[in-house]
Write a protein that binds this ligand. Structure first.
Ligand code: HEC
Length: 146
């Protein structure tokens, strides 16, 4: 029994050594969503607090993101999130992709699919109130009209 515990402990330590790329790519202001639209500060903060950790190159990694295997799950969400929508690379998207991303953002904020519920547990600022959700929805709607 002692041996098993020892080996589990060794395995837990060993997986900590598997490297994870947490480096953020530099943000080009010319392509960054909030710079392109000169987003007002209040909306900018909401996006930063609720979406940018997974949907931008400005990810702030929480402490628990340094402990494997949690770190793998965190990085997975970030990779997947950026694949669907990366606000730091907004300027590189064509019109269709932008329209779709805006529409989907409105829908997912409304249906509370976004921010990911598992993330909200550890990020109280991302636990948007109904009125904060409304502000984001209206902002995306105003951009859609442009
Ligand atoms: C903890 C990470 C995380 C946060 C925070 C987060 N997302 Fe996501 N987002 C994801 C992941 C992962 C996916 C892809 C898988 C899925 O749809 O669940 C995704 C998908 C999306 C999609 C594409 C949906 C589709 O079906 O095409 C949109 C749009 C989106 N997110 C918008 C947002 C907005 C807006 C916010 C902030 C209010 C936000 N997300 C916050 C991780 C996150």
């Amino acid at each position: 029994m002692k041996k098993i515990i020892l080996w589990v402990a060794v395995a837990c330590l060993a997986i900590q050594l598997i490297p994870i790329d947490r480096e953020n790519k530099p943000v080009d202001k010319n392509n960054n969503f909030t710079d392109i639209y000169k987003t007002p500060q209040d909306v900018r903060s909401l996006l930063k607090n609720a979406c940018y950790d997974c949907h931008s190159n400005e990810t702030v990694y929480p402490n628990y993101a340094y402990i494997a295997p949690i770190s793998w799950a965190v990085k997975d969400h970030i990779n997947e999130g950026r694949e669907y929508l990366n606000f730091s690379e907004w300027g590189t998207y064509n019109k269709d992709i932008k329209q779709n991303a805006i529409q989907k953002s409105i829908e997912t904020i409304r249906s509370k699919q976004m921010p990911l519920p598992s993330y909200i547990n550890y990020h109280p600022k991302a636990n948007l109130t109904t009125s904060q959700r409304k502000i984001l929805e209206n902002y995306f709607l105003s951009i859609q009209a442009k």
